[in-house]
Structure formats: C-alpha cells, structure tokens
Design a protein around this ligand. Sequence first.
Ligand code: ADP
Ligand code: MG
Length: 286
Amino acid sequence: MDIIKASGLTHDYITYDEDERPISVRHALENVDLAIEEGQFVAILGHNGSGKSTFAKHINALLLPTAGTVTVGGMDIADEANLWDIRQLAGMVFQNPDNQIIATVVEEDVAFGPENMGVPTKELEKRVAEALAAVGMTAFAKESPNKLSGGQKQRIAIAGALAMRPRCIVFDESTAMLDPSGRKEVVATMHRLNREEGITVLLITHYMDEAVGADRVIVLDGGHIAMDGTPKQVFARTEELLNLGMQLPKVTQLANALTAEGLPLPAPILTEEELIEELCRLRSKI
Ligand code: ADP
Ligand code: MG
C-alpha cells in the first residue's frame, strides 16, 4: 500500500506587497508524481533549494498544494478534517535538536505530543518508556535535555515523534548539525525503527553515505524528480549526479579512483564491506 502519494503536486511560494498584490512567485515543486510504499526506507537527495523541505512539509500538512493532491495513509491533506489524523500518522524530525525540545526533563518532553492528544496517564507512561527504549535513551528519562549531546537530543526528538505512534517519520536533514558519531547514532536508530517496527522512513539528507542503506533513493532538482531508483541504480549515474551538484559516497569515490588506476572493480561500490570483499577477491586471483 502507498502510505504517501503525490499526484501532480505543485507548490508555489508567493510573496505579496503591502497591498496584498503578488510580487513574486517561486515554483518550489512542479507537477511531482510520487508514491511511497508503506514500510520502505526512502532517501531524498538534492542540492539546496531543490524542493526537499517543501515536499516534506506537505506530508504533515504544514503546507498545502498550490495544485495537485497529496494523500497520507489514503487521507487528502487538503481536507482539514484529516489534519489531526495526518499529524498523528506522519511524524517529523527537523534539523536543529535545540528547537525541538521543549520540556526540562527528558520524559516530559517525550510525553508532550501524546499528552496534548489526550492520551490517558497509564498509556502515556507506557508510550514514553517504549519510545525511550526504542532510541536507546531509557537511562536518561529523568535527566535535563540540556546536558545531552546533539546526537542524544535528536534521539529524544525521535522518541517524541515515536510516542505519537506514527506509521511514518520524515527526517528533514535531522543529522545536519551533528558530529560524525551523533550522525551514526541517529541513522542507526532510523534503520532500527524501519526494520523492527515497520515504520516508513523518509530521510532527507545531503550526506550521500546516509542514502546508501536506503531501499530507494529519490533525487530532486529544481522542483522535479531527477532520479528515482535503488542506491545501486542512482549512484551508478556518476556524471548526472555531479551535474546536479552532488557527490558520490566517499567509498564509491575511492572505488572509482581505484578502477581508474586499473583495478577491475564492479561499479558502483557503496560500502566499505563491499570494497574490502572485492579487493580480497582480486587478491585471491593474483
Ligand atoms: P530544499 O529543502 O531542497 O533546500 P526548499 O523546499 O526549502 O528546498 O526550497 C525550494 C525553493 O523554494 C527554493 O528556491 C527556496 O528558495 C524556495 N522557498 C522555500 N521556502 C520559501 C518561503 N517560505 N518563501 C519563499 N520561497 C521559499
Ligand atoms: Mg531543506
């Protein structure tokens, strides 16, 4: 089943002067058709301004289409009667962990969303405990979020989204402000939630290596879908990616450089494990 479906999705940002006359129109998304299957881990790539965040904000009905439709769990986002159900079904985690944490105690922060939804106390406690366990932060339940590292804060923000029991979570550059170890923590958490809880993950990122583990990679450019395929399919298109202002994952770059030096490696190589395996295979032939 498609958990997210955009049909002919167009979004224009219109700026108005003081007399409310439109002075400029920015076409952020143009006629995008995109269906995402429930349970998939989808990475969305694209250089700055390609329309990634604009797309993400439709999934939570933070923005509505200028033209076309978006359904989330079969519900039309433009129908106001669906707003509550859509926000419950699709969680969002943003870039800056400091802007997403509101309470002064971790467990209260995680409880915030479902508490506002009127979830009864007993059920609330259970959800908070489960959400903290799912992100490996149980030991910090009574701590102040101020004392946590960036990666830990993002895991608390994820727990807050999880406590709403979403079927889908959209991560909009949620690792951009983290150091490498914080990024690893958070990406591993996303994969575990996808694998073990069946949560659909949409990972918007500018780190190519984070897209390697996805089931599907979508590349946006100028409000259009430029590429859509498996990581192998997308990262094989080196020239086009470079032309779109993107790079290849580090390991892929290294493997390509070795190929240019005459080592017969298959392309594209996406992980360190694959590279090691291929190099060992070559050595065994010497
Ligand atoms: P990305 O997340 O891929 O960097 P965005 O979806 O934020 O891209 O932006 C897509 C386009 O829309 C860009 O050209 C950007 O400048 C423009 N844009 C984004 N937000 C606004 C806004 N609030 N008002 C006007 N233009 C905007
Ligand atoms: Mg963005």
